[in-house]
Ligand binder design. Structure first.
Ligand code: SAH
Ligand code: SF4
Length: 400
């Protein structure tokens, strides 16, 4: 580990939107998203005797996260009267699927509605050796990366832990992935084997909720996805980076995208607050780096902006000493985007320079392009639809 200057800890103004655990309908407390301790405490507060609460919490946990059960009445190892009490006090609520689109390549894009009528998008990407679920951490984003369509939308709010893990649960419902009666959780190949926090939002600006949700995803008595199969992508919220290793322990990806501060300021404006050098110092000090766990550097390929040979060479210079993999993302265009995708030969040449310098440099195959499900396009279709409805209303005076 390299010694670094202390990083100034700026107040995280974005972490301000705490949502109560109560559901809007019945006022019942939602158990989904509570940590194991939180679940135990909630049961005690509702009258479960303290010495039973640990065991009850364990049973309920397994019903919810191992079996995918949503009704207290189905929790057959609990006494009937107790189930009725739970039913009166608690809820097991997950987001609601508003629409689902399936791409020609098998990618599925879900639009999910959460409390307050907000919507987030979730993408499932099946591949030969894995199935990756790309989930959202915020509705919109406070940051304004100029190549990202989510960045053109304002932050509406942070998702709760229940809404974050709820996206995984609902995708498991749709894929019919919960174990069937009599079946062990390892009996069928996993459909969702990996989770990436690469949907809408900046996960490190919603740290606690993301952490609690990922702890649930990793818990061995439930969804049980290994920490090595969960990747959190950040645009570079430097003061929160170390916490990611310490408190979540998942893999880290960083939206790097440029090799000079001048260009990165334009592409990823958070660079004006924490520039390339500050970010790299934080990555060098990243606790997992000492165990040689690789950090993924994401690099979006924008024609004539950041895709020269010189950029590729500068990139490998910059990251020297950091165990890394560089994921090249061909730019996914969206209507009105101010950039175009680099030519394929350019991307390959860029990849080659990085590879020859000793780094893995996979080019991310765009998936689900026909349904606008690719990186950085999320929510766009919905927003567009909404905008055009609003425009219609403005033009006609009729509210659609
Ligand atoms: N907010 C986080 C995670 C969500 S974005 C972050 O910025 O890291 C997931 C990845 O997609 C990021 O690397 C992001 O920079 C990239 N991305 C955003 N818009 C894109 C686009 N239009 N084409 C390709 N990649 C894009
Ligand atoms: Fe937000 Fe990430 Fe998009 Fe930047 S790239 S605007 S941080 S979602």
């Amino acid at each position: 580990m390299t010694a670094t200057a202390p990083i100034p800890h700026a107040p995280i103004t974005q972490d301000l939107l705490t949502i109560p655990r109560k559901t809007p309908e019945g006022g019942r407390v939602n158990l989904v998203g509570l940590t194991r301790d939180g679940l135990r405490t909630a049961l005690i507060e509702a009258g479960t005797p303290e010495k039973q609460a640990g065991m009850r919490a364990g049973q309920i946990w397994q019903w919810i996260y191992q079996k995918g059960v949503r009704e207290f009445s189905a929790m057959t190892n609990l006494a009937k009267a107790y189930r009725a009490e739970l039913e009166a006090t608690f809820d097991i609520a997950v987001p609601e699927v508003v629409s689902k689109q399936v791409s020609l390549d098998g990618t599925r894009k879900y639009l999910m509605r959460i409390a307050g009528g907000h919507e987030v998008e979730v993408v499932y990407i099946p591949e030969e050796d894995r199935g990756t679920l790309c989930i959202s951490s915020q509705v919109g984003c406070t940051l304004t990366c100029s190549f990202c369509h989510t960045g053109t939308q304002k932050l509406v709010r942070n998702l709760t832990a229940g809404e974050i893990i709820g996206q995984v649960m609902v995708a498991r419902d749709d894929l019919d992935e919960w174990p069937r009666p009599g079946e062990g959780s390892g009996d069928r190949p996993r459909l969702i084997s990996n989770i990436v926090l690469m949907g809408m939002g900046e996960p490190l600006y919603n740290f606690e909720n993301v952490r609690d949700a990922m702890k649930i995803a990793m818990d061995g008595e439930g969804i049980a996805i290994s920490r090595r199969r969960i990747t959190l992508s950040t645009s570079g919220v430097v003061p929160e980076i170390a916490r990611c290793a310490e408190e979540i322990g998942c893999m880290l990806a960083v939206s790097f995208h440029a090799t000079t501060n001048e260009v990165r300021d334009r592409l990823v404006p958070i660079n004006k607050r924490w520039n390339i050098q500050t970010l790299l110092d934080a990555l060098r000090a990243y606790p997992k780096v000492s165990n040689s766990e690789r950090i993924t550097f994401e690099y979006v390929m924008l024609k004539d902006v950041n895709d020269s040979d010189e950029d590729a060479r500068r990139l490998v210079q910059l990251i020297r000493g950091i165990p890394a993999k560089i994921n090249l993302i061909p730019f996914n265009e969206w209507p009105g985007a101010p950039y175009v995708r680099s030519d394929w030969t350019r991307i390959e040449r860029f990849a080659d320079i990085i590879y020859k310098a000793g780094y893995a440099s996979p080019i991310r195959t765009p998936r689900g392009e026909d349904i606008m499900a690719a990186c950085g396009q999320l929510k766009s279709a919905t927003e567009r639809a909404r905008k055009s409805r609003a425009e219609i209303a403005a033009e006609t005076g009729v509210t659609p």
